[in-house]
Design a protein around this ligand. Structure first.
Ligand SMILES: [Zn+2]
Length: 1015
């Protein structure tokens, strides 16, 4: 007898032993090493390589774990999957860290000692930067192995390897030949203290200094001073009604570039200096001193007022902004609020607030202003009412602003009051207006950080600086952007909702500083004083994994294998022609072989392998890299590679919270991955990372969740052991001798296996879209519910037959194969216990739906029993009867025919209206008698509409469904569930003439809704 009540004592799982066993087996069989196999479809998947200046912690694990689950899934689907890993040493952070160690930085020493548990000796060695990198490189690699990542380690490299540097030189030479590397003066994120450009890797919290080109529009005061205001929407200059100035901010009067006199905030004066302006401060002035004055609007030449606003920050732009209440929800709301509150401002007695929003952009979308109603209600006013904004503090304002901005940018057209720009799309007019007002001297450009404050790792707040004679990659190139868009349009972006962000970044990227004066990395081939920075040498390295496999440092390399590998000491001879041939197919192979001193066959082998594995099928990364790395990845691929080798998919995921909080050293909630694996097991951590959130959401890692998952895994392991005992009881001949056939199976067997097919369909669909949370929910919880029900049924029926083992074996086999990409260790172990046929569950493949096992009758039957038990228990709870006898009445045949008709009206003719359906039924002589019982029809329609779609469709296909059979089959269970195992259960059809029906309950029965009478 199968033990069904989970009384089975949990055998304590020795996780560490299981993990070690399978790591060893995988290594031994070289399961994850992938070589070209032209008989198989390939799938090439990579994830952003780690930067080894600290060990991996829980927060890093999500992206890698997701990529690994994806790789394992594709392997089980039959693909030849390549999943490699490298290590990114480039840049200044490791140098900076080493310097801090040498100077005895207490905070860093304590972090290494108490959070990362690095030994004292190791820490001492960290005064040498490379020791830091190699120490954590090793740590991270061990962690990845312990997590069970299915990586082909033969392809491992670091970005300071000699050949990698040659590869990066080739990348830059190739970009330069295409005119994409430029020298000049361009803005960069800048640390004033270090006097070095900064990017994501150089800042505290890994933030990319994100700056934008603001247009400074100049408004004239009557005393000759100019008030410049910064805007990202120069086209809205036609709708300016006033300026906003902060009365409590101290502004300065400055002489700028010897030719104009401006009023700006103190901060703005400093920022202008970094932007190559000559600034001389003359005097200071409080904002309140100019409130109520008028300036001349440079386009319409109207006189417009300066209004007070405390929301204007001195550190944003110039500290004074223009107000466009027709299109900027913030301005609209601020005017409204000011009108309401002006009487409270004693200091501005007499200030009149009487501006009307001016609408200058319309669109076909009726929701936003179209040409006809533009004067009456502005787009800003409309969107404010849509978002139900209450006041300036309302967080909805931000959303309203973004929505309106995007809408107008992509769909808006300029209206008649914009002169020659009328009818032009905003996206076009914007640039034309910008160019016009700049060339007229009405406006200038000002670069400004949009994600302030950004701090350099040295602690200094970063600024934007115009850097002269620097080397840049010209991401601003129009044709290049066009190609990048073409690639993006063809790519899968998962999740799709992030695509718009890519579009935005591609449009917005401009020249980007690509080299630094210090740090680890490759020297810029055009100018060896410079070192290529870390976001520029990490964009096409996916192709380098192909080459890396062929490099060896094995000195005992035989004569023979030297034809197959390149010794690391011989890479000096390799030059650009090598990469031109391998990666682009350009050049003459004999000449390349001669120049690089390697055999033609080896070059051809590498070239073939590249042709086989490229393009990259999926690139995984965290969401924070959309704005730089992932976009550069697209740009560089389209610049360098032929169209057929452009990447196919990007998968982006959110970050990880720890018990609902951001992870940070100061909160002390950073948990090194390897320590967590020791404590909770790799599988449980993998599941906890992937099951709490869909891709873009932040995953919340919690110890309660881990415990819940551990106990689920314990259950799965126990069921496998239990099953293996049952199986051994019936002997190993079981599977060959028993054929599952209708005659031998019981309803619940057929039900469980039919439900299993539905789950396989759903879970496969989820996995194909990487909706891993949904997939895991189904695997861990929905399948479990089904199993519990099955156990309940066989226990109540006292079954003790060998079919149970057959049913369970099919169920377990499929479930464990679906769990395998997520929890590889336990899956392999269970697979072995239940007698899986292959050395690894990976070779068993992903489950395929067995259409023959779909059984709508069985599904309907069990659903009927489940619903009946629920109804019964509700009645017992309300009436508080202790039953001795329960009579169940199934509906008469004629009701079933009518039910079927109604189902057809609803599903096939889309009629759901009671009157329409009734009319049809009465028209048909066969069903005309329902005329007398409208309530029955009403109830039936309600029944159907409240059922899930799958149930409706299933029932449509069942022309006749016998409810009596399953109810009789479940009598014992019904007694048990009534709270008294002795309760007698009697099942009657309403059609039976000789039935026990003392209260005439049977007439209330409806199809799939038997009536119940309790004594
Ligand atoms: Zn700094």
């Amino acid at each position: 007898m199968i033990n069904t009540n989970n009384q089975y004592n949990h055998k304590k799982i020795e996780w560490s032993l299981i993990e070690e066993k399978w790591r060893h087996k995988w290594d031994e069989q070289e399961i994850f090493n992938s070589d070209p196999d032209f008989s198989k479809k390939k799938y090439f998947i990579t994830v952003a390589y780690p930067y080894p200046n600290s060990p991996q912690h829980i927060g890093h694990g999500r992206t890698y774990t997701l990529a690994d689950a994806h790789a394992r899934y594709m392997r089980m689907k039959g693909y030849n999957v390549l999943f490699p890993m490298g290590f990114h040493y480039t840049g200044t952070p490791i140098l900076g860290m080493s310097r801090r160690i040498a100077s005895g930085d207490k905070e860093l020493l304590e972090t290494f000692q108490y959070i990362y548990h690095v030994s004292e000796d190791a820490i001492k060695s960290f005064v040498e930067p490379i020791k830091i990198a190699s120490y954590f490189h090793n740590e991270i690699k061990l962690g990845m192995k312990e997590m069970g990542y299915s990586i082909d380690w033969r392809r491992e490299f670091t970005t300071i390897d000699k050949l990698y540097s040659k590869f990066i030189s080739w990348q830059f030479n190739t970009l330069r030949k295409k005119g994409l590397i430029v020298q000049g003066s361009h803005p960069v994120g800048w640390c004033p203290k270090d006097q070095n450009p900064v990017s994501q890797h150089d800042t505290i919290g890994d933030v990319e200094p994100d700056f934008n080109e603001y247009i400074l529009i100049k408004f004239k005061l009557d005393d000759g001073y100019i008030i410049p205001t910064a805007t990202l929407r120069p086209e809205t200059i036609y709708g300016v009604t006033n300026l906003w100035v902060n009365p409590n901010v101290e502004y300065v009067r400055i002489q700028i570039d010897n030719n104009e006199r401006w009023i700006v905030s103190k901060e703005a004066a400093r920022k202008l200096e970094f932007l190559n302006h000559k600034v001389a401060i003359k005097s200071s002035i409080y904002g309140k001193e100019i409130v109520g004055k008028y300036v001349e609007d440079p386009i319409r030449k109207d006189s417009i007022p300066l209004y007070p606003a405390s929301f204007v920050e001195s550190n944003n732009g110039t500290g004074i902004v223009m107000s466009v209440p027709g299109h900027a929800p913030y301005d609209f709301q601020a005017i409204e609020d000011l009108k309401k509150n002006i009487s409270l401002h004693n200091e501005f007695v007499g200030l009149k607030v009487d501006v009307t929003p001016i609408t200058i952009i319309g669109s076909d979308d009726y929701y936003y202003a179209d040409v006809n109603d533009s004067i009456l209600i502005s787009p800003a006013a409309k969107i404010i009412s849509k978002f139900k904004v209450k006041d300036q503090e309302d967080p909805q304002l931000e959303k309203a602003t973004n929505e309106l901005y995007l809408h107008e940018y992509y769909k808006g057209k300029m209206l008649q009051n914009t002169g020659k720009y009328v009818g032009m799309p905003v996206s076009v007019a914007k640039d034309m207006i910008k160019n016009e007002i700049i060339s007229n001297g009405i406006a200038e450009i000002m670069f400004e950080l949009i994600n302030k404050p950004v701090r350099c790792r040295c602690g200094t707040e970063c600024v934007v600086k115009i850097l002269n004679d620097q080397w840049f990659i010209n991401y601003g190139d129009k044709n290049w952007k066009k190609l990048a868009h073409e690639c993006l349009n063809k790519m899968d972006i998962v999740p799709e909702e992030i695509r718009q962000e890519f579009n935005y970044v591609i449009d917005w990227l401009r020249e980007r500083a690509c080299a630094r004066k210090s740090g680890l990395g490759t020297k810029l081939p055009l100018d060896e004083d410079w070192i290529i920075e870390s976001l520029s040498d990490s964009v096409i390295y996916m192709s380098y994994y192909i080459v890396a496999k062929y490099i060896t440092n094995n000195n005992s390399i035989s004569e023979d294998s030297s034809k197959l590998m390149i010794h690391v000491n011989n890479v000096d001879a390799l030059n650009d022609s090598f990469f031109d041939y391998i990666l682009l197919g350009n050049g003459d192979v004999r000449q390349v072989a001669a120049e690089c001193n390697i055999s033609i066959s080896l070059i051809e082998a590498i070239r073939n392998e590249f042709s086989y594995f490229y393009p990259l099928d999926a690139r995984h990364s965290g969401r924070d890299l959309v704005q730089n790395h992932l976009s550069f990845f697209i740009f560089n691929h389209v610049a360098i590679f032929a169209r057929e080798n452009w990447p196919r998919k990007i998968v982006v995921n959110g970050s990880v919270l720890m018990e609902g909080k951001k992870m940070s050293k100061s909160l002390g909630n950073i948990i090194p991955l390897r320590a967590a694996i020791k404590e909770y097991s790799a599988d449980a951590i993998r599941l906890a990372m992937l099951s709490s959130a869909e891709l873009l959401q932040d995953a919340d890692f919690s110890f309660d969740a881990i415990k819940g998952i551990r106990s689920k895994l314990d259950d799965i392991y126990d069921i496998a052991l239990e099953y293996s005992m049952v199986k051994s009881k019936f002997g190993s001949s079981l599977f060959s001798s028993i054929i599952l056939s209708e005659a031998k199976t019981e309803i619940e067997d057929r039900w469980l296996l039919s439900r299993l097919q539905n789950h396989i369909t759903d879970i496969t669909a989820s996995m194909d879209n990487l909706r891993v949370r949904k997939a895991l929910h189904d695997i861990l919880y929905l399948l479990d519910q089904d199993l519990q029900w099955y156990r309940k049924r066989i226990t109540a029926k006292n079954r003790d037959d060998s079919l149970i083992a057959v049913t369970l074996s099919i169920f377990l086999d499929n479930r464990i194969r679906m769990l395998a990409p997520f929890a590889p260790f336990i899956s392999e172990e269970v697979w072995e216990i239940i007698g899986g046929k292959y050395d690894s569950i990976i070779f068993a493949g992903w489950p395929i739906v067995d259409e023959d096992k779909r059984d709508p009758v069985a599904e309907e039957s069990e659903q009927l029993i489940i619903n009946l038990i629920s109804d019964l228990q509700n009645i017992l709870k309300v009436t508080k009867i202790s039953p001795t006898k329960i009579i169940i009445y199934t509906s008469a045949r004629w009701k079933q025919q009518i039910y079927q008709k109604i189902l057809e009206y609803i599903l096939l003719e889309n009629k759901t209206n009671f009157g329409d359906i009734m009319k049809e039924l009465v028209k048909d002589p066969e069903t005309a008698k329902v005329k007398n019982d409208p309530k029955l029809i009403r109830n039936m329609i309600e029944d159907i509409l409240s059922d899930p779609i799958e149930a409706r469709n299933r029932r449509l296909k069942l022309t006749f469904f016998d409810e009596i059979f399953p109810l009789n089959d479940a009598k014992k269970l019904l007694s048990l569930e009534s709270g008294n195992a002795q309760t007698e259960i009697i099942v009657h059809s309403e059609d039976e003439i000789q039935k026990y029906d003392p209260r005439e309950k049977s007439k209330y029965s409806r199809p799939f809704k038997p009536a119940i009478y309790i004594e």
